[in-house]
Design a protein around this ligand. Structure first.
Ligand SMILES: C[S@@+](CC[C@H](N)C(=O)[O-])C[C@H]1O[C@@H](n2cnc3c(N)ncnc32)[C@H](O)[C@@H]1O
Length: 240
């Protein structure tokens, strides 16, 4: 995947207009960039978002795919600060959703709900959703500091005890790609026991960026501790 500097600038111009300036406990510039970038390439006509919180990621989805219908799910919708006119909001779990298969050509799901990612993949295959994006694809043993650890795809692929799950996943997954850190080596709150990312960054430090662009790109560096291994998964889909 090769991304030109112009793409980062295009994103940053949009991101500057975000409805929530400090999305505490939600996604920051890094995750938002890749969510936007991936959906912009995919151009789905339906996006299901699981994990709305204050609504910043719903806003980002609508920026990337303005013609898509969004089904936005969260058991607690009272937390919303931004409400999107592109979205239909639901409180029932993703696993209970039923999608009219003939109606949508390209379907995507975005999970930032801190639930079991293996189950989310299997539920998506039943709904014939081809494109999945997962935030928080932590490596094994990572402490998310939110007190709500969940089974990640990395757990499944990298821990011996989950070999059976890994084999089942490999049967349905066509592509699996963990997005890199953008600038900086940190991932997770170092002060709270975070760690250095095991996935190389696009730029290891701010100094590696051309001086002319450094100011504009600094937001990715400032947010680097919020790197959460955002991951794209393409599923094999049934031809209907
Ligand atoms: C980290 S926040 C999402 C942040 C949001 N994506 C953003 O950055 O703008 C996680 C959210 O998942 C929600 N959640 C918890 N269980 C859920 C479930 N089973 N399905 C969907 N959302 C769930 C929580 O209520 C919380 O609002």
């Amino acid at each position: 995947m090769k991304i030109s500097s112009e793409v980062f600038f295009e994103f940053l111009d949009i991101y500057e207009k975000r409805p929530i300036s400090n999305n505490l406990w939600g996604m920051r510039s890094h995750g938002m960039f890749f969510l936007w970038y991936l959906l912009k390439q995919i151009q789905p006509d339906l996006v299901i978002e699981s994990g709305v919180y204050r609504g910043q990621s719903t806003w980002m989805i609508a920026q990337a795919a303005p013609d898509a219908k969004i089904i936005a799910i969260d058991p607690d919708l009272t937390q919303r600060f931004y409400v999107s006119k592109n979205a239909t909001y639901r409180t029932e779990d993703f696993s209970l959703l039923s999608i009219e298969q003939d109606f949508y050509k390209t379907k995507a799901a975005f999970f930032d709900d801190h639930q079991n990612a293996y189950e989310r993949v299997m539920q998506s295959t039943k709904q014939n959703i081809q494109h999945l994006i997962f935030d928080d694809n932590y490596p094994p043993g990572y402490d998310d500091c939110a007190g709500n650890p969940h089974l990640t795809l990395r757990d499944c692929f990298e821990m011996n005890q989950h070999q059976e799950k890994a084999a089942a996943l490999k049967k349905v997954i066509k592509q699996y790609c963990i997005m890199p850190q953008i600038i900086g080596k940190t991932a997770g709150f170092l002060a709270l026991g975070g760690q250095v990312s095991d996935i190389p960054a696009i730029w290891g430090s701010l100094e590696e960026i051309e001086p002319h662009y450094r100011d504009k790109m600094k937001v990715f560096y400032d947010d680097c501790y919020c790197y959460r291994w955002l991951t794209y998964v393409e599923l094999q889909i049934k031809v209907l």
